[in-house]
Design a protein around this ligand. Structure first.
Ligand SMILES: CSC[C@@H](O)[C@@H](O)C(=O)COP(=O)(O)O
Length: 372
């Protein structure tokens, strides 16, 4: 079936590209091999999309959602035939989307995308045939690539304007970030790293401090790669050096991404984010979360309800986040949560594509009011 509408690459000019897409073809940059090798893997169907997400070939909340949606788009585009009604086509797609959602639990962007895509196909099924249902699905999945870059650029602009307004003296700013929230974690430009990119473009960035982000090292492997690629002044630190850096007065603000933000502003993000927020609060450093609306989960009243993914002990017991040789004696047990939850009380503001959400009172973000 030759479906698919536009030629699009979702590429942010001059930046790195984790997702390469054209109708009927999806390639994902294998982020487990970066920075040593730059290898794209062909993703032909939802099964290979699911495995790529689970194995961290593609990671970062927005990139996971977009890759999952496009893996189903290419599967559908390349179907030789489909013997069924529009309702059969819709239930085929709904089942595949539910399967994709099971790949990683913490980031809400994937389940949010699946919910929206399901609504689109169920609506298309009421008025058309199987082919038009598939076409509606493909167009909606393709639109996610373009929408994500647009929304990240808006996050970057809102964040940079807000932060520059908070620091009106002429001194350049040093920002600390954690994990990877750049082009590799999104369709392009990035969220927290997008704000850093925008501050750099404004000429006000002194340096971007970024953590290794153990155990998978999204910071030292991926953020470093992006910052060098884009010639942004940057300094790598260990995760455990962040508090000392803040104590030394060398951090003007901390900016991180998000995997899921509850209605009260509690935010799940890469493990270690919570300890950086505690350090920031102790040292009087503003702590910002930068994320699209698709990372907000209004169905959860607090972060206590967020499911935290626990990953293999091998990421700790073996070098290179589980990819290398064993570095820990046999017989030890390990606890390896991939995310933690930072309470809203430690977050200064949430930077979104629609503007910056600040607190109405000490601990209250009123996210629901901001969205509606
Ligand atoms: C723009 S991405 C925001 C978050 O998804 C990111 O910081 C993060 O925690 C990613 O975790 P990962 O386990 O690498 O998918």
């Amino acid at each position: 079936m030759a479906l698919g509408s536009v030629q699009m690459e979702g590429k942010e000019e001059g930046s790195l590209q984790s997702i390469r897409y054209s109708p009927g073809r999806l390639e994902l940059l294998d982020q487990q091999r970066l920075p040593h090798e730059s290898v794209y893997l062909d993703i032909n169907n939802t099964e290979s999309g699911w495995i790529a997400i689970k194995d961290l070939v593609v990671r970062g909340a927005p990139a996971i959602a977009i890759s999952a949606a496009l893996s189903l788009a290419v599967e559908v585009s390349n179907l030789k035939s489909f013997d069924g009604t529009s309702t059969d086509a819709a239930s085929f797609l709904v089942k595949k989307l539910e399967y994709l959602v099971s790949s990683r639990p913490t980031a809400v962007n994937l389940s949010d995308a699946a919910t929206r895509l399901k609504e689109i196909v169920l609506k298309a099924a009421t008025d058309g045939n199987a082919e038009s249902v598939f076409q509606a699905y493909i167009e909606a999945a393709e639109a996610m690539l373009v929408d994500d870059v647009r929304s990240n650029k808006a996050i970057g602009k809102h964040g940079a304007d807000f932060i520059m307004n908070q620091h009106k003296d002429s001194k350049k700013l040093s920002i600390l970030t954690h994990c990877n929230t750049g082009s590799l974690a999104t369709a392009g430009y990035g969220t927290a790293l997008g704000v850093i990119r925008a501050l750099h473009a404004e000429g006000v960035l002194e340096t971007a401090f970024f953590t290794e982000t153990r155990p998978v090292n999204q910071g030292s492997r991926l953020t470093a790669y992006e910052l060098v690629h884009d010639k942004i002044p940057a300094t790598l630190i260990t995760d455990s050096a962040a508090a000392a850096l803040m104590k030394a007065g060398r951090v003007d603000a901390v900016i991180v991404g998000a995997d899921r933000i509850a209605a009260n502003g509690d935010t799940a993000n890469k493990i270690g984010t919570y300890s950086h927020a505690i350090s920031a609060s102790y040292h009087g450093v503003p702590f910002y979360v930068a994320a699209p609306f698709t990372s907000i989960d209004l169905s959860l009243t607090s972060g206590d309800q967020i499911t935290i993914e626990e990953r293999s002990a091998k990421e700790l017991t073996h070098a290179r986040g589980g990819q290398g040789e064993q570095v820990v004696v046999n017989g030890i047990s390990a606890w390896n949560p991939a995310f933690d939850v930072t309470p809203a009380s430690l977050i200064t503001a949430i930077i979104t594509e629609k503007g910056v959400i600040t607190k109405a009172s000490a601990n209250d973000f009123k996210i629901r009011d901001f969205i509606h």
